[in-house]
Design a protein around this ligand. Structure first.
Ligand code: HEM
Length: 465
């Protein structure tokens, strides 16, 4: 086995994860558009057709979370194979049996997650729901999800032997995300215990603490992927810098404190709220700085000839990080948070961050992985042009959707505080649904344009590494 064949195996595994990420995103986007249609007069017709909000919303959020996990795993596995490739190149015979074993476990992980996703979707469409937000699917589906994470942990430990002390920041981020996910996923499922069923306030506090840390675990997956990509478009220095490690440390700290934003309405002291506010803002400021550095904005723009779509997506990620940072500072100030809690402004914040920051960064990393190895060939101008148009459509659509959600949400919050009106769909302006669906369709078309090559180019590139 040569270093080149290890690299080819790594690309094969990464592209298998990317293909699943693309499919998961397509399902999530279709689900999101139907969820948006529920904000129009078509809602009763959709429910009669079996496409009710109770099934579609969890399918939308679950499939889009799946997109982030699959795409993040593509990047981590590419790096694990890079490490094996380096060991094989150094003549380390112990690395050889690992190559096939790691690839086998990665494919098994992929299979288990696809099985979990299909079973959960089938159960939801058949009308099943636990009623538990974000964990609506049958609890038994958690078994293949956890088994997949354990296989990933096994691969991570087998390749790194957990000796990450001298490794770049992304190894720390990915290594921590495993522990964080497994621990907090168990906490998130603790609601099934009788002891919590009898204590609703304690149950809600644990639920949101667990969800906050779960988001932290996939943020680390995304931050790690961004830092790794930064080293690929420049050099390894940045992933060992103080700034990158500051993002890691504050990101981990935030995953333990950010739950407070979701429990403002529960009886608790003021101090934790201000601690959570301070830590989140610190993380957001450092993230904005890291994204700015990674994109290298003007400086890197000069190299755009080689990876123009990747550079454009990184610049877009940086811009959205600044937009979301400003909005997050405003809506996290405890008295202002009370105004927008439970309104569509929160969806602008959460979905805006997931699309504008996490998805945009993963689209950049995935596009880079698809282009990896093509450096010696002339740039495919047609593909680059299609990619740039798609990135433009995604960002224009996202901006439109974000504005609709934020405006309607803030209006509803003001109505609630000043006039006691509940923020429900009947009180929203008539343009809410058409606005979400129209802008969402444009954003979705942009994302489809960016991920379609992940499905169609896979076989050809894997055969010719
Ligand atoms: C571009 C097409 C999309 C459309 C039209 C769309 C539409 C929607 C709508 C209408 C909601 C609000 C549901 C409700 O509470 O009534 C929602 C929520 C959500 N969406 Fe999307 N979505 C899209 C893409 C995405 C993507 C790409 C992601 C993630 C990567 C995502 C993640 C989420 C999440 C996590 C929520 C729940 C937010 C919360 O409860 O705070 N969406 N989506």
């Amino acid at each position: 086995m040569t270093p080149a064949s290890v690299a080819a195996a790594g690309r094969g595994v990464a592209r298998a994860f990317l293909a699943c990420a693309a499919l998961s995103l397509l399902v999530g986007l279709a689900g999101g558009l139907v969820v948006g249609l529920h904000y129009t007069a078509l809602s009763p017709t959709l429910s009669r057709m079996g496409l009710g909000l109770a099934a579609l919303r969890p399918i939308h959020t679950g499939a889009t979370a799946g997109w982030i996990f699959f795409a993040g795993m593509a990047v981590v596995h590419r790096w694990l194979f890079e490490r094996l490739e380096a060991r094989v190149a150094e003549g380390d015979a112990t690395a050889l049996p690992l190559v096939n074993a790691v690839a086998r476990r990665a494919r098994l992980q992929l299979g288990l997650w696809v099985f979990a996703a299909l079973s959960a979707a089938a159960a939801l469409l058949a009308g099943y729901s636990t009623g538990r937000e974000y964990l609506e699917y049958p609890p038994v589906c958690s078994i293949p999800i956890v088994a997949g994470w354990l296989l990933y942990a096994w691969n991570f430990v087998a390749v790194t032997r957990y000796r990450i002390r001298n490794m770049p920041v992304y190894a720390w981020m990915w290594g921590t995300s495993v522990v964080l996910f497994l621990w907090t996923f168990a906490e998130a499922n603790a609601w099934m215990l009788d002891v919590l069923r009898e204590r609703p306030v304690r149950d809600m506090a644990i639920q949101w603490k667990a969800y906050g840390s779960l988001v932290g675990s996939f943020n680390l997956l995304v931050y790690g992927s961004t830092s790794w990509l930064g080293t690929r478009i420049s050099d390894d220095k940045y992933a060992r810098s103080n700034m990158a490690f500051a993002l890691f440390l504050v990101g981990v700290l935030n995953s333990f404190t950010n739950y407070v934003h979701h429990t403002y309405h529960l009886p608790q002291a003021e101090l934790p709220k201000w601690i959570a506010f301070f830590v989140s803002m610190l993380e957001a400021v450092i993230l904005a700085r890291v994204m700015y550095d990674v994109a290298g904005l003007g400086r890197k723009w000069a190299d755009r000839k080689r990876h123009p779509v990747v550079q454009t997506l990184l610049i877009a990620t940086t811009t959205w990080t600044f937009v979301q940072l400003t909005f997050a500072i405003l809506i996290s100030i405890p008295p202002l948070n009370t105004w927008i809690h439970g309104t569509l402004a929160v969806v602008a914040h959460s979905m805006g961050s997931l699309i504008g920051i996490d998805s945009m960064a993963l689209l950049a990393a995935g596009t880079w992985l698809m282009e990896e190895g093509d450096e010696a060939r002339p740039l495919d101008v047609g593909a680059a042009r299609r990619g740039l148009w798609s990135a433009g459509a995604l960002n224009t659509g996202l901006a439109g959707m974000w504005l609709v959600l934020a405006i309607v949400g803030v209006q509803a919050g003001i109505g609630l505080v000043l006039r006691g009106e509940l923020p429900w769909v009947g009180a929203f302006p008539a343009w809410t649904g058409p606005g979400i669906v129209g802008a969402g369709l444009l954003a979705a078309l942009g994302m489809v344009g960016l991920v379609l090559p992940w499905l169609t180019r896979r076989a050809a590139t894997v055969l010719a590494p």
